[in-house]
Design a protein around this ligand. Sequence first.
Ligand code: 5BU
Length: 267
Amino acid sequence: MSPETIWGERWLNCDQPIAREYMEVACKKQSLVVLAADKNSMQELNDLIEDVGDYISALKTHVDLIDDWSKNAWDDFIGKAKEKNLLIFEDRKHGDIGKIAKKQMGGIYNSRAWADLITAHLISGISVLDGIQEAWSEVGKSGGVLVLAQMSSEGNLLELPGYTDSVIKMAKLHSACFGFIGNGSRPNELKELRKKVGQGKMIWTPGVNLNANDAVLGQRYGDPKDAILSGSDAIIVGSGIHNATNPKDAAKKYAEISWNALLQRRE
Ligand code: 5BU
């Protein structure tokens, strides 16, 4: 079956090349899983990608939580992820004014060179998207921003009346906007978000874990199938996979659940 048949309206309306690339990879791998690779050493990251890389469709990183980070080790790791056909998504949560966000795409980590996707808050206005876009274009790369419309953590201030609506309104028409982060732990909120976003943008959701009791420090978890059926296009799973006794089996399980949910959604 073609990606168009599988993704339906989303394929037709999300026509950015990078969104199409994600949807194609998801079909090839039969997985809507984005791995949140929250490990602290390069060795652990390399082992993890080797183990589960075939069952995920994108790799989400926090480059600044690695103890033994070096440019060479990182480039190697990104190379391995690319061999597994993964989009690289740095969860930077930019939030500064445009010209600083642009500079922050450089620096030691130089995420403009390797990140295909990056997160941003719109708390300081739309210029953050302009800054990120300019940074990519200066190194001859294009990428997409996942804008935080909701969060999974308890008591987050994005829930204040009007915030999510304003973010969607501002970001939806910006060419750097790949889509929105939605709250994977609350299917009803997600359904509302999908209605507001429409079909033309991705919604990716953290806060997904089959074991809701694993949530610590204000994290909230919801079910992967519910998230996809409520309009999410990718489940972002961290500890549900990397803390599992057998990460490969866990990744396969999340992949299967997410893929079956997508098939069910199109019926
Ligand atoms: P977990 O181990 O599945 O809870 O990891 C979740 C990941 O998603 C982690 O890297 C967070 O930084 C990230 N995340 C989140 O949990 N909630 C949010 O609202 C956003 C990102 Br945005």
